[in-house]
Structures are given as structure tokens and as C-alpha cells.
Design a protein around this ligand. Structure first.
Ligand code: ATP
Ligand code: MG
Ligand code: MG
Ligand code: MG
Length: 465
């Protein structure tokens, strides 16, 4: 018989049949007559209990089955008498695939700190917590593709190696070329790198937006979903140097529809999590964040607040006047820090907020300018616990305005001539936004550090594995 996933056994409960399971031992206990193994195969947070009648097995053979070992079990699936679980397997044959020496296997005791687990990122998927988080990561990716597919968006691949710094923030990783087998060296023997991409300057993408825009102006509605790189040389619980971004771009919609799309999109993902990740959510809720499930449900009920940046700043200034202390100063023209964003969401409105019409000086060159000459049609979606989860805007579709703004902000024409072309030929009103995948995951898993929702976090001094 072939392997059945433990999740399916719990779901279908084919009691009284012979089954085969393979997985990793979480714990082992027992007495002289009977042994119990809690086995996990990654398909569910729930462990399958393997019951071993010690009359039938050679003790010596079973000795190496300790926490972390991988085993292959044939046996009979029966209803469990024990509390808290509904099925177990009476073992008939056990084969050991791989042992894990109790003296050196790091995941012995329960309750390791998140910091410690980050140091063993190669093993942490074997813990309950990271099993749950990474299953949810998968489900959220499926939710995203399904949402856009259902709405007739095309999944469009934008390049990872590119010359454009679309955010103008200069947080880029430069691409260098080298031939490992023909390294050029200077007189001291140090390697000389070519600081370019075959003779041209290039870096890793900070956003697929500009390329997605030109796709939208040919295919109507598209989205990208891929790795994004920013040289964030700081340590915050919300920034990674390598993260994944979802960027829809839609022709013929203006800012109001863009906001609605963002709200519908996040709610769709949250509902998907509640529907498809019940056991994992319950685990994370009970283990880390007692308010998690309730918070997810309440986001579905509430309509997001829509508010201008100017009104938002007024609320924050009022709070300061009433004695609320912020670390960073707040005034019209300042970029909001996450403490400001969270104040609006968590203290003032108590639900998600979409802030619009930011001062043009603190936003990128491509955003559509309002008639007041001071603000642009930007929108940031602000979430509890996180702050900014989405940044988006209606894009400037007017060639002259875009050209002039790019020039004012020091974006070289030679870098964006192809982008300007979209406004020269058949321009159209259009809008889009970027959602940080890991920030969405922070929200739906209740984790508090962005390093704990991506398998291999890339942050300063952290690129080993
Ligand atoms: P922040 O203000 O938090 O630095 P940003 O305004 O620089 O974010 P945008 O350029 O608007 O970010 O990118 C769109 C989205 O991508 C953000 O709303 C956020 O969800 C996500 N994001 C941006 N930078 C990072 C990062 N370094 N790590 C993880 N997610 C990020
Ligand atoms: Mg930033
Ligand atoms: Mg921002
Ligand atoms: Mg932003």
C-alpha cells in the first residue's frame, strides 16, 4: 500500500483499514507494554499517534526511534480511546529511514525561542509553528492567484534583473558578473569584479510596477507576484532585503476603484485563510495570539475607512495636542512612521484605513497629480499590528506631466524612455498597487516578526542558507 497523508486519514477516517504513513517523530513515550509515537508528516498540524505493542517488536530495533527520526509505518487505523484525538495507528511494521541523535538534534524540547529557531532556519519547518506558518504561506499564494484569475487578470512576469529604480529610493542591489573559472585578479590577488551586467549597469528589481503598467496597457488587467529586493540596511520587524510582492495593474480604473480592488483582495485572502487553514489558525491563535481569529473575522465585517492624508495628519496632530507621545514628529508633509499608521488604525478608527492624496514630495514620480498642485493620488492601506500593508496609486497618464515630474525628481530619461512611450502611444488612465506578501502573512498568521513568515529571511548579515 502506498503512503497516505496524515491529514487525509484524519479527514476521511477509514477506520479498520491497513494504512501506510511516513513522517518525523515528534515525541515518544510509553511503558514496558506499549509505546506511543507522535508522528508528523507535514500535511497537518495534528500528529498521528502510533501505538506499538511491545510484545510484537524487538526493543533494540525501536531504540533509535527518538525525536526527529524519520520512520515508515504500516498498521491498522483505529478509533482512538485517548483524549484529544480521534484516530491512531496500531503499528504492524516499522522501518527507520533516518535517526536523529538526541545529543545533537537541536529540536528536542518544546518551546524554543523564535530567535533560536531563526538560527536553525534549515530545521525550523519541522516545528509545529513553522509547519503552520509555511502551510499558510502556500494557501495564501493560492488565494492570490485564484482571486486574480477569477477576476480575469493575467499573471505577467516582470524581470528580476533590471536597470530601473522605479521607487527612486536608491535601495538597490547591483548585479555583478564574474566567471568563477576565469577570475580576474589584481596584483594583490584580490578578485576584480565587473560591476555591471555584461557592460551595462543593472540591479535586482525593487518593484515590477513599471513593467506591469505597460502590460496593463496592452492586456487590460495583470498582476505580478515575485521576489523583490531592497537594500534595507536596517533591522525592523517589517522589512526584509528579499521579499515577495503582489502588484496588480489595471487599465481604465481610477483611484476609487483601485481602493475597492485592494479592499476586496485583502478580504478575499483573509476569508481564504479562515476557510482553508482552520487547524493551523487555531494552533497559532492558541499558542501566540489569542485575538488572531477574532481579528481576522472582524476585518471581514468592517468596511475600510477612507481618509485623506491631510485629514489623517490632523487626527495625529490632535492626538499630540492631547498629550499622545510619538517617537517621530508629525506635520503636513512628513512621511508617516508605522507608529502613526498604527495609531490611526488601532486607536482612532479601530479598523483598517486607506489613506489617500499624499504630498507629492514624499511619493514617487509616477503618481497622478491632483489639481491642487500639492498632492498625488497615492493610497496606502494601513492595517492593525503592521501599519502599511499596501502602497498604490492612480498612475500619471499624461505624457507631459509625467515627463516633467520625472525630470524634477531626477529620474534620467534614458532609464525610463520605454516607460514614457506608454504615454506617448495610446495612453490610458490606469491604477495599481503593491502588497507585501510577508506583511499579509504577518497579519494572517499573527507572527510579529517578518523573519518568521518566510523560510529563509534575508536581512543584514543573514544570507548563509
Ligand atoms: P515602508 O514604508 O514600510 O518601508 P514602502 O512604502 O517603502 O514600505 P512600497 O514601495 O510602497 O513600500 O512597496 C509596496 C509594499 O511592499 C509595501 O506596502 C509593503 O507591504 C511591501 N514592502 C516594502 N518594502 C518591504 C520590505 N523591505 N520588506 C517586506 N515588505 C516590504
Ligand atoms: Mg520603504
Ligand atoms: Mg511607506
Ligand atoms: Mg509605500
Amino acid at each position: 500500500i502506498s503512503r497516505t497523508k496524515i491529514a487525509d486519514l484524519f479527514k476521511n477516517k477509514p477506520f479498520g483499514t491497513q494504512v501506510n504513513v511516513k513522517g518525523w517523530v515528534r515525541t515518544r513515550r510509553g511503558n514496558k507494554q506499549v509505546g506511543f509515537i507522535a508522528l508528523n508528516d507535514g500535511s497537518t498540524i495534528k500528529n498521528m499517534q502510533i501505538v506499538i505493542d511491545l510484545q510484537k517488536f524487538d526493543e533494540e530495533l525501536l531504540k533509535p526511534i527518538t525525536t526527529g527520526a524519520c520512520i515508515n509505518v504500516n498498521g491498522l487505523l483505529v478509533e482512538s480511546q485517548g483524549k484529544g484525538q480521534d484516530a491512531e495507528i496500531q503499528a504492524e511494521e516499522i522501518e527507520i529511514y533516518g535517526t536523529a541523535d538526541p545529543l545533537t538534534y537541536p529540536l528536542q524540547k518544546k518551546g524554543h525561542s523564535m530567535e533560536f529557531l531563526r538560527e536553525i532556519a534549515h530545521l525550523r519547518p519541522r516545528t509545529n509553528t513553522f509547519g503552520a506558518v509555511f502551510r499558510m504561506r502556500h494557501h495564501m499564494a493560492m488565494a492570490i492567484h485564484t482571486f486574480f484569475h477569477e477576476r480575469g487578470f493575467y499573471y505577467f512576469h516582470t524581470p528580476i534583473i533590471t536597470a530601473s529604480d522605479c521607487e527612486g529610493a536608491g535601495q538597490m542591489f547591483q548585479v555583478t558578473t564574474m566567471n568563477l573559472y576565469d577570475l580576474k585578479k589584481d596584483e594583490n590577488g584580490s578578485i576584480i569584479y565587473d560591476n555591471d551586467f555584461f557592460g551595462k549597469q543593472a540591479s535586482l528589481t525593487v518593484s515590477g510596477q513599471l513593467e506591469a503598467e505597460l502590460a496593463a496597457m496592452a492586456m487590460g488587467a495583470v498582476y505580478t507576484f515575485g521576489p523583490t529586493f531592497r537594500a534595507e540596511n536596517s533591522n525592523t520587524p517589517r522589512h526584509l532585503a528579499e521579499f515577495w510582492m503582489i502588484e496588480p495593474e489595471v487599465a481604465f480604473i481610477e483611484i476609487a476603484e483601485n481602493m475597492q480592488l485592494a479592499e476586496d483582495f485583502i478580504k478575499y485572502c483573509v476569508r481564504w485563510a479562515l476557510d482553508n487553514c482552520k487547524d493551523d489558525l487555531q494552533f497559532l491563535n492558541d499558542m501566540f495570539d489569542k485575538g488572531l481569529i477574532e481579528r481576522l473575522q472582524s476585518v471581514l465585517k468592517d468596511e475600510f475607512v477612507r481618509l485623506s492624508y491631510t485629514e489623517g495628519v490632523k487626527i495625529l496632530e490632535d492626538a499630540v495636542a492631547k498629550g499622545h507621545k510619538f517617537e517621530f514628529p508629525i506635520y503636513w508633509g512628513a512621511d508617516l512612521a508605522s507608529e502613526h499608521e498604527r495609531y490611526l488604525v488601532e486607536e482612532h478608527f479601530k479598523r483598517p484605513v486607506i489613506l489617500t492624496d499624499y504630498p507629492k514630495e514624499i511619493k514617487s514620480f509616477y503618481m497622478k497629480q491632483n489639481d491642487d498642485g500639492k498632492t498625488v493620488r497615492a493610497m496606502d492601506v494601513l492595517f492593525p499590528k503592521i501599519g502599511e500593508i499596501i502602497g498604490g496609486s492612480q498612475r500619471e497618464e499624461n505624457y507631459d506631466k509625467l515627463y516633467t515630474r520625472a525630470k524634477e525628481m531626477g529620474v534620467p530619461e534614458k532609464d525610463i524612455w520605454w516607460y514614457l512611450d506608454t504615454r506617448r502611444f495610446g495612453t490610458a488612465p490606469h491604477s495599481g498597487f503593491g502588497l507585501g506578501f510577508e506583511r499579509l502573512l504577518l497579519f494572517v498568521t499573527g507572527m510579529t516578526n517578518i523573519r518568521d513568515v518566510i523560510p529563509f529571511p534575508r536581512t543584514p548579515k543573514n544570507a548563509e542558507f
